[in-house]
Write a protein that binds this ligand. Structure first.
Ligand code: SF4
Length: 313
């Protein structure tokens, strides 16, 4: 199947996935946290996997089977590998635009030094760029790129694309404990991202079995620190810690509101108290969430924060 879903996505609402690579996984990276396993075909060569006509035909057929309620908010290229390795990507985006649904592409950014790739991605309505590291050593450790790729060149490609792109730009930074979650890396990544000026930066953690079994998510405190550092760099930041299926925003149900908000960003104690008062609730609800380990509290710069507890097994 080339298309799947739609699946609920906090980033994109209802997203109909398009896997333009399928099997076997072909990628320019072999990330230690990859949830689709090790990269057996590490490649920097763009090639054809499906024709744009095949992709359009399958997506169109898929849409026809959906009810009006299930009509997706986005058609999203999210591949079994790196979507920009598909040499037909630009043409596929162009053809899919006939369906009148915004197009999103989630890319690892490694092909952005190529002018053709940048040009093709310009046509997408929403693009998310991976920025996990701020230096070549950390990049090698976390993303394990194909031979021939250079960190500085990729970074230049990212900057060129971000400077010209007029759609909705996002970044995603996945943090692995002890690999790219040092304060220094967080600050340097935040500095890079702030120069890209994305509409929003996402910070995520490994939530599904990673390619390397030893990879662990950072501590809650570190995730909070990352969020604080990004925010202090002036970046609109959201956490993606594994609760994609939960709608964010105010539901009027204080229990769900606290869970939804703390899944996206830390909630400062004074804001939490205001939320309780507005809802006519008291602190017992917070104590209950803490005792169920659904949220955790901790101190940052003398202030108490609450964050969804993402205890990954
Ligand atoms: S870039 Fe994406 S698909 Fe490629 S190895 Fe990394 S996580 Fe997996």
């Amino acid at each position: 199947m080339i298309s799947f879903g739609p699946v609920p996505s906090r980033r994109l609402g209802k997203s109909l996935g398009i896997n333009n690579i399928i099997r076997p996984k072909v990628c320019t990276y072999n990330c230690i946290y990859c949830q689709v396993g090790k990269t057996m075909q590490l490649s920097l060569t763009r090639k054809s996997f499906f024709t744009p006509e095949q992709i359009l035909c399958e997506v169109n057929g898929h849409l026809e089977k959906l009810t009006a309620d299930d009509r997706p908010d986005y058609l999203t290229f999210v591949s079994n590998g790196e979507p920009t390795l598909d040499i037909n990507l630009g043409l596929s985006i162009e053809m899919l635009k006939r369906l009148d649904i915004p197009i999103a592409v989630i890319t690892n950014s490694s092909m952005l030094p190529e002018p053709d790739v940048r040009h093709e991605l310009m046509q997408a309505d929403w693009v998310s760029l991976k920025v996990d590291a701020a230096d070549a050593d950390t990049w090698q450790k976390v993303n394990r790129p194909a031979e021939g790729l250079k960190f500085e060149t990729v970074l230049d490609g990212i900057k060129l694309f971000a400077g010209d792109y007029r759609g909705q730009l996002r970044t995603e930074t996945l943090l692995c404990k002890g690999i790219n979650d040092s304060q220094e890396n967080l600050r340097d990544v935040a500095n890079i991202i702030s120069t890209l000026a994305p509409g929003r930066a996402y910070i995520s953690i490994p939530i599904r079995p990673p390619s390397e079994k030893s990879v662990m998510p950072p501590d809650v405190e570190t995730v909070n620190l990352a969020w604080q550092i990004f925010r202090e760099a002036g970046i609109e930041t959201e956490l993606l810690t594994g609760f994609e299926g939960v709608d964010t925003g105010f539901t009027g149900n204080i229990y769900e509101d606290i869970l939804n908000i703390t899944a996206v960003h830390p909630l400062r104690e004074d804001t939490l108290m205001e939320l309780l008062i507005k809802n006519g609730a008291d602190f017992r609800i917070v104590e209950s969430l803490l005792s169920q380990r659904l949220i955790r509290s901790y101190l940052y710069q003398g202030k108490k924060f609450y964050l969804r507890d993402f205890h990954v097994k």
